[in-house]
Design a protein around this ligand. Sequence first.
Ligand code: IPM
Ligand code: MN
Length: 349
Amino acid sequence: MYNIAVIPGDGTGPEQVQAGLKVLNAVQEKFDFKLETVKYDLGGDRYLQTGEILPDSVLEELKNFDAIYLGAIGHPEVKPGILERGLLLKLRFELDLFINLRPVKLFPGVYTPIKDKGPEDIDFVVVRENTEGLYAGTGRFMHKGTNDEVAIQESINTRFGVERCLRYAFDYCRAKRKQKKLTLCGKTNVLTYAFDLWERTFNELGLFYPEIERNYAHVDAICMWMVKNPEWFDVIVTDNMFGDIITDLGAIIQGGMGIAAGANLHPGQVSMFEPIGGSAPKYAGKGVINPLAAICAGAMMLDYLGQTDAAACIEKAVGAVCSSKLKTLNAAEMGYSTDQVCELVIEHL
Ligand code: IPM
Ligand code: MN
């Protein structure tokens, strides 16, 4: 039995999570394990009603779960930054979820905007550092509001943080990937402190992983190649900001936000699983959001918990539904409702 905290969150988050939980329920009978869920009403609505974002007592409770299943954070009536910093990033930081793992995999039959590329070309994983970099939130204003204003935003890169992220990427590549090729995505030609540390650590650790082919590329070139030659990539490891940016590009080449899932990990501790597409408020309550991203996040959660067969079973069912049924993976264009897509996945399990 596993104890799961569920945070449906804002916008379409609750619909996505509901569908995801239905699939998880269906699969647990088949594979003989049990998920015990507790819901938390964190998000924009609670903030607007009570002023609370993430009370310390809730944060403490969350540490006792095996995993957290998150819908989406972001509310049109709340100023950007408040919920992101106060809830999503706070969870990542306070729970020390130092890896953000984002697979980019095109299922057969799914539309990719890249001409002449198919599932055999688009199948890689991004390992994004998740607790440091520009996201650390340090910096300052000087002379705020004047013509002399200066805004400083610092990128924090510690040897400890960089090393544990790279080590995870090497280990992941060794354990899970056939091609065994790890690409460091940086900007050593301009960010000569931060990525010097990343590159040195990458090369030092690499000596302990002789079977893994090491590569380095600048982030701008990676963006170009992700479109031109996505087949060059197997595992990409990068810092928090670059990881944020390239994984949206990754999501769109794998068919869109409707299928993109991510895991916020601290191996051995409570970790958090989420569709990466955001709350999509304009579709909220309409039953048209694509639940596959949340369903895939659920599969990643099961994989993390050790239920690897159940996770593979969900992934296979999602692949089958993508290939045979859905017109597109975009909200409101699938040819099916959220519930219907969920039922199709359950039929295929
Ligand atoms: C993501 C999101 C978040 C991020 C936002 C909502 C803070 O874009 O998970 O990629 O920038 O990390
Ligand atoms: Mn993002």
